[in-house]
Design a protein around this ligand. Structure first.
Ligand SMILES: NC(=O)C1=CN([C@@H]2O[C@H](COP(=O)(O)OP(=O)(O)OC[C@H]3O[C@@H](n4cnc5c(N)ncnc54)[C@H](OP(=O)(O)O)[C@@H]3O)[C@@H](O)[C@H]2O)C=CC1
Ligand SMILES: O=C(O)[C@@H]1CCC=N1
Length: 267
């Protein structure tokens, strides 16, 4: 992996987070990673960290072994058509664009390429992403390379491509839903007496502990909830009131709204 050249077309939020995450894991040096964007001055800080930066997508793509496409979905076709003539056919393509099928990407390239779709979340910046990956036209070695890359920045799974929209909602959008829970809990915490900083600290660590309980003990959420809910106690009263107000239902409806937007081609 150390000698692989990586290009990241679209050095925005996710492109930069991936670049930093990969380098933090020490698997690739920043000098082997090139990021592109049109407003190059916004990559000045990245350049200072030792990455290569350019506004020229073709220059970045030309000698890349692995090429991330981290632009908005509506920008993908134009970028692929721009770089397709100069790209070597064995180059590993990793598209982060929501809702664009590998077959469409292959059509834009007008040649057969190993195409991966990857859906990390923003916790990739601290090595804690949940990344779902689908593989198309790829051999086992290429799958291993891509999985290894994403395993450096959190947990990574290869899933069937038909589940990529679902993975986008549960993991990539999901981090925002979880953060909104923490924010709401913080606001409640302020109303019952804590200052905002302390309320946030308590709410965030509580959610981290809840997640770790499930991950480290492999238990079901209800099993853990049963341990907290004293009969006639305060937890069950609060939980039931939340459910009367539609807590689980609101979350599920939100997930479905995001999912339907992707499936209806509105990502
Ligand atoms: N944010 C997230 O949590 C996640 C996002 N995604 C997906 O990742 C993709 C990127 O999202 P995100 O990082 O949030 O978006 P951003 O808008 O932050 O990043 C996109 C970047 O692409 C650059 N860009 C646009 N056109 C070109 C071009 N022609 N050549 C080179 N660079 C270009 C833009 O910079 P400039 O305008 O300067 O060119 C911008 O920095 C999207 O497809 C999104 O669906 C997937 C998982 C999670
Ligand atoms: O909201 C979005 O469209 C992107 C895709 C997943 C996370 N952010």
């Amino acid at each position: 992996m150390k000698n692989k050249k990586i290009a990241i077309i679209g050095g925005g939020n996710l492109g930069q987070a991936i670049a930093k995450g990969i380098v933090n894991s020490k698997i690739v040096a920043p000098s082997n990673i090139t990021l592109t964007r049109r407003r190059l001055h916004l990559l000045e800080h990245i350049k200072k960290e030792g990455f290569n930066v350019t506004a020229d997508n073709k220059e970045a793509a030309a000698d890349a072994h692995i090429l991330f496409i981290a632009v908005k979905p509506f920008q993908l076709q134009q970028i692929v058509e721009e770089i397709a003539p100069i790209i070597a056919s064995g180059t590993i393509i990793i598209s982060l664009a929501t809702g664009i099928a590998s077959t469409s990407i292959e059509n834009y390239f007008q040649k057969s390429m190993p195409i991966f779709r990857a859906m990390p979340n923003t916790a990739i910046a601290i090595g804690e992403s949940m990344t779902c990956v689908s593989a198309y036209n790829a051999n086992e070695e290429q799958k291993k390379i891509v999985l290894t890359l994403f395993e450096q920045v959190g947990k990574a799974l290869i899933i069937p491509e038909e589940l990529m929209s679902s993975a986008t909602v549960l993991a990539a959008c999901g981090i925002a839903y979880a953060l909104r829970f923490i924010r709401a809990a913080t606001q409640g915490g302020i109303e019952i007496g804590f200052g905002s900083e302390l309320a946030l600290q308590i709410a965030a660590q509580t959610v981290k502990g809840a997640a770790d309980l499930l991950i480290k003990s492999s238990t079901h959420p209800e099993e853990e909830i049963d341990k907290v809910t004293t009969p006639r106690g305060v937890t069950i009263s609060g939980l039931n009131e939340m459910e009367h107000q539609g807590f689980s239902s609101a979350l599920i409806k939100g997930l479905l709204t995001s999912y339907n937007k992707i499936e209806n081609g509105k990502a």
